[in-house]
Write a new protein. Structure first.
Length: 367
């Protein structure tokens, strides 16, 4: 073959091997003890390394989680509650609290369950595994003002990114938000999905097995020049290129993570009266709106295992644990509890949120 023919042959081969014309995906599931994350407390090794964090989080994954996580130390974890044994990553979100309308005290809403979608989206790029130790944060813990609409918006060419949403499965399909809401006193309906919106809904989410849910999308383009620790600058969302989404030149296309976190709101259904305008839930940072929901991830993946999943598994909702020829195998019984470096108070009802965070949003705290 002439050199030109060799090159075009290679280009064709690469295109056949890696170009993705449509999304494939696999859902990572956890072995969580009912009601519980692997650990909880005021810990955030990305935003507040080495010190107690401002608010409490619920954390899943590898045992080497702590106030500080450096380099690829998660890979040395001796267990994980992820069902994939070779995933020692940590995944965390703010805790959710119920505020009693009777006496204003707070009770933690138990976790129902959490799962992480690994989307391998249509792209002209090669999708690579997370670099070990990669730190990512998405969402804005300080946000109390409404976003532009109630919908998710992940396309940078169409304006501000809206990576987070609340989903409220409900019998009879009632309005989840006041119909005239502008987002300053209550949340905003998603115009494309009646079950979802920005901010906490004003109804009880009463579908059995599917209570109130926090949804969080992560960006999938990584900038090696910024590096694994620079969580403020190392990730962006891919931009459209025809029907596909590609990363900037020189960046690495990673899996698109999507957290679904179901909180067990069922026990609180009779603790509040629905008035169609207000709701009793608050995030651990004091946010009454839900606009500030956010998620964090530090990768503890064995890269060979994850690359094989990216290239060869489209298990979808059946779960990543059903991927064929999974390297390292699955763990169905390991709950892998992690000791909390800054545990929350043990009392059932608290007079203040852990860290004494004042309430804010929707007319409270000057916002
Ligand atoms: C506050 O109200 C909750 C019910 O909403 C109740 O279970 C709890 O005991 C109350 N606490 C105090 C100190 O009255
Ligand atoms: C390994 O994990 C268990 C919890 O599952 C813990 O008790 C033990 O101390 C850990 N060992 C090391 C060396 O970290
Ligand atoms: C099914 C399975 O592999 N279970 C194992 C999970 O990991 C723990 C140790 O971390 C083992 O004791 C279990 O046998």
């Amino acid at each position: 073959m002439k050199p030109v023919a060799v090159v075009s042959f290679l280009v064709t081969l690469i295109a056949v091997t890696f170009a993705k014309d449509s999304r494939t995906f696999a859902v990572l599931r956890f072995n969580n003890e009912p009601g519980k994350f692997s650990t909880e407390g005021r810990m955030d090794p990305i935003v507040s390394p080495g010190a107690p964090a401002g608010h409490s989080h619920g954390v899943m994954g590898g045992h080497n989680f702590g106030l500080t996580v450096q380099g690829d130390q998660l890979l040395e974890s001796n267990c994980t509650n992820a069902m994939i044994k070779n995933d020692k990553s940590n995944y965390w979100v703010p805790d959710l609290w119920f505020q009693s309308p009777r006496n204003s005290t707070f009770k933690k809403v138990p976790l129902f369950y959490m799962q992480v979608y690994y989307f391998f989206d249509a792209t002209n790029d090669v999708i690579k595994p997370f670099p070990p130790g990669l730190k990512m944060v998405i969402g804005d813990s300080s946000k109390r003002t409404p976003p532009a609409t109630g919908a998710i918006q992940l396309d940078p060419s169409r304006g501000a990114i809206q990576p987070v949403q609340w989903v409220c499965p409900a019998n009879g399909d009632p309005n989840r938000y006041p119909v005239d809401s502008d987002g300053t006193r209550a949340g905003l309906q998603d115009p494309t999905d009646r079950g979802a919106g920005a901010g906490f809904p004003v109804i009880n989410c009463d579908i059995a097995g599917a209570p109130l849910r926090q949804d969080i999308h992560f960006p999938s383009c990584y900038n090696p020049a910024a590096g694994i620790d620079d969580h403020k600058n190392n990730m962006v969302f891919p931009t459209p290129n025809g029907n596909k989404f590609d990363c900037p030149k020189g960046w690495t296309h990673l899996p698109h993570l999507f957290y679904e976190v179901y909180y067990d709101t069922t026990p609180f259904a009779n603790e509040w009266t629905r008035d169609g305008q207000t709701q009793p839930y608050v995030l651990s940072n004091g946010d009454r709106t839900g606009y500030s929901s956010h998620g964090d991830m530090i990768s503890g993946w064995d890269t060979i295992t994850l690359q094989a999943i990216i290239d060869g598994c489209d298990a979808g909702n059946d779960g990543m644990d059903k991927c064929p020829r999974l390297i390292g195998g699955i763990n169905t019984s390991d709950r892998c509890k992690i000791d909390s470096a800054v545990p929350n108070p043990r009392d059932e009802w608290l007079t203040a949120l852990p860290g004494n965070n004042p309430l804010s949003g929707w007319g409270v705290g000057g916002v």
